[in-house]
Design a protein around this ligand. Structure first.
Ligand code: ADP
Length: 221
């Protein structure tokens, strides 16, 4: 199964993709996480991406395409499929993904859009906490860790992402509306778009998504 998760920052794509990829045996390929790894590793791509991410802008398409093509090719050797989270994010990236799929003779089975209101987005991003060590996601009030400030999984200190500040959040939302929102129609026209209410509490949406993917999986077998 090959899936795309679409939606504004803070819609819950990453949180759901992490859980569902484990439950469905898929690779979770998150463009933002890959870029942050490049930054942490001090690679040439990381050096280019750092300030761009800090400003809430998009990393150039050709760099992201190359990085994600490597990720997808690697995942296809090890897993039954993948969830793309935060990729594609522009029309150029969507076209590059089409080309990649055609070359590899594979197809995207579904694009899932997390429809989320701005009020919910701002509230979620403002309270988001992440574990820099294992990548787990929390929220100060919605998904609090068992012990304040520490990761449930690995015990390391939780931090706020540098780009989760009010100024950058505003910019990320503007970039989303201009560059990424048009992809919703692109995938609707391809008849693979499925929309869900991203404002719902985590557990309710998780159950809906799991039911949807299990039935999709059956039709693909
Ligand atoms: P969110 O979805 O909450 O904004 P991500 O972790 O997906 O967070 O992305 C963080 C940042 O990484 C983005 O604001 C952008 O600067 C960069 N980024 C992530 N995915 C892409 C992409 N597909 N193309 C270009 N830049 C990207």
């Amino acid at each position: 199964m090959k899936l795309i998760f679409l939606g504004p920052p803070g819609a819950g794509k990453g949180t759901h993709a992490k859980r569902l990829s484990e439950q469905l045996g898929l690779a979770h390929l998150a463009a933002g996480d890959c870029l942050r790894k490049q930054i942490a590793g001090g690679t040439a791509l990381g050096l280019q991406a750092k300030d761009i991410i800090q400003r809430g802008e998009l990393v150039p398409d050709d760099l992201v395409n190359r990085m994600m093509e490597e990720e997808m090719a690697g995942a296809m050797k090890e897993y039954r499929g993948f969830i793309l989270d935060g990729y594609p994010r522009t029309m150029n990236q969507a076209e590059a993904l089409d080309l990649f799929c055609a070359q590899k003779n594979v197809a995207i089975d579904a694009a899932v859009n997390f429809r989320t209101s701005e009020q919910v987005i701002v509230e979620r991003l403002g309270g988001r906490l992440i574990c820099g060590s294992c990548g787990a996601n929390y929220h100060r009030t919605n998904i609090p860790p068992r012990q304040e400030g520490l990761c449930d999984r690995c015990g390391k200190v939780l931090t706020q992402r540098k780009d989760d500040n009010p100024e950058t959040i505003k910019n990320r939302l503007a970039v989303y509306r201009k560059e990424t929102a048009p992809l919703i129609d692109f995938y609707r026209e391809k008849r693979i778009l499925n929309e869900f209410d991203g404002d719902q509490p985590l557990e309710a949406l998780c159950a809906q998504l799991l039911t949807f993917f299990e039935s999709l999986n059956k039709t693909l077998r």
